[in-house]
Design a protein around this ligand. Structure first.
Ligand SMILES: Nc1ncnc2c1ncn2[C@@H]1O[C@H](COP(=O)(O)OP(=O)(O)OP(=O)(O)O)[C@@H](O)[C@H]1O
Length: 392
């Protein structure tokens, strides 16, 4: 395993009309040896470009890349000791699984003469090297439960099996860094869940450095040691998944992470210890002057239907309810907000609600997030929370 250091990486592409477009902007990032780091961001934010620069498949316009403490700028991908797994699997369709797995080792361990058709196998040393290749292929196939598929060709495999072969092929030569670009996006939801667990287990077993690209926050949150959230060619925030969720640095990060999306509504600072939002006065203190406009971020699970009315409780009108099984999502309107808010509650609690019903919603004050007019997180102070009586 090896650490990765990116120092002020910039990338400028030239559009067909000749004008430059900057897709990465002075991006600095350190990945520790053995870490699982995910680059997460919306389509077009530059994630793939960045991982391709680490792999050596794309030259950066400025800045430098180090792997294992060595600057690798200008080095060919093969000289960087990295393996890359793509969304498209990139398997050779005319070769068996076994031949696909063996290929990276054949290219590295056999000489050009030993690889020559017909005569190669008669070259000195061929048999000994070939035995090491076959042994390593069997070992990796066993680790990823592919032994029974070795004779098949990629066209005879399911999507999940093909992706596992692609992972195995990356693993077989034991690189010090694994780079994965949306490897699960071609799989259905069930297989994705299964492969997420397999990749996490693989990382735990190998303890190799993983850099994983995705726009799927569930993948990022469930697999990674740390997540770097990217927008417009920059890293907006980097940290462990729980920290990004609980303490997003900006409104954009808060809105990108979490399902259903966080409710962002306008509030006004009424005093040093209160904020007015949607007709309720929440006992939340900030350092902003009275009259300042803030964005109040309310996670769906921090909102609870309650019986009791009161100054700190929002008044909502149910728009619709989505039953998800154990949980339900209740969409509702509050005073002065055109967009419906959403809360997540147990199916039992939601059973007391129906469309058009007016009800009260309490907020867990310690989970309220505040953002200033630039979208930057601001500190808040909340009093000890009074217990609320639930709706049912
Ligand atoms: N070879 C290229 N020439 C010109 N522009 C490019 C080239 N490759 C990528 N881009 C542009 O660079 C930007 C970043 O692309 P990139 O593929 O890195 O984004 P991404 O975050 O990985 O998106 P996605 O999740 O959709 O793959 C995009 O606007 C894209 O159109």
């Amino acid at each position: 395993m090896a650490s990765i250091a990116l120092d002020r990486i910039a990338k400028v592409f030239t559009r067909p009309d000749g004008s430059p477009t900057r897709v990465l902007d002075e991006l600095t990032l350190q990945v520790a040896a053995g870490e699982f780091l995910t680059l997460l961001g919306p389509s077009g934010c530059g994630k793939s470009t960045l991982i391709r620069i680490i792999a050596g498949l794309e030259p950066q316009s400025a800045g430098s890349v180090s792997i294992g403490g060595q600057c690798v700028d200008g080095r060919h991908p093969r000289q960087r000791d990295v393996a890359m797994v793509f969304q498209s699997y990139a398997l050779y369709p005319h070769m068996t699984v076994e031949a696909n797995l063996a290929l990276p080792l054949v290219m590295r361990r056999l000489t050009a003469l030993q690889r020559a058709p017909w005569i190669g196998r008669w070259m000195p040393g061929y048999r000994r090297v070939r035995e090491t290749i076959d042994r390593d292929v069997r070992e990796v196939a066993g680790a990823l439960e592919l032994t029974h598929l070795l004779e098949r060709k990629p066209g005879q495999l399911s999507g999940g099996q093909r992706q596992r072969v692609a992972l195995a092929r990356a693993m077989v030569r034991q690189p010090s860094v694994f780079l994965m670009d949306e490897p699960l996006s071609n799989l259905d939801a069930k297989l994705r869940t299964q492969m997420r667990a397999e990749i996490t287990a693989l990382h735990r077993r190998l303890r190799t450095t993983f850099v994983y690209v995705t726009h799927d926050q569930t993948e990022a949150m469930t697999m990674s040691d740390r997540v770097a959230v990217m927008f417009d060619g920059r890293i907006e925030q980097i940290g462990p998944p729980t920290e990004l969720y609980a303490r997003p640095a900006t409104r954009r990060v808060a809105e990108f992470i979490g399902t259903p999306q966080i409710n962002s509504i306008d509030g006004i600072v009424r005093s040093a210890s209160t904020i007015e939002v949607a007709g309720a006065v929440l006992p939340i203190g900030t350092c902003l002057p009275t009259g300042s406009v803030v964005t109040v971020g309310l996670r769906p699970e921090s909102l609870t239907p309650v019986e009791r009315a009161g100054a700190t409780v929002l008044l909502g009108r149910v728009q619709r309810i989505e039953h998800m099984g154990a949980d339900s999502y209740v969409y509702f309107h509050v005073l002065g907000q055109a967009r419906a808010l959403v809360l997540r509650t147990s199916a039992a609690r939601a059973a007391g609600l129906q469309p058009e019903m007016v009800f009260h919603v309490a907020t867990s004050l310690d989970q309220v997030l505040l953002f200033d007019s630039q979208g930057r997180a601001i500190d808040s102070v909340v009093p000890q929370i009074a217990s609320v009586r639930s709706f049912r």
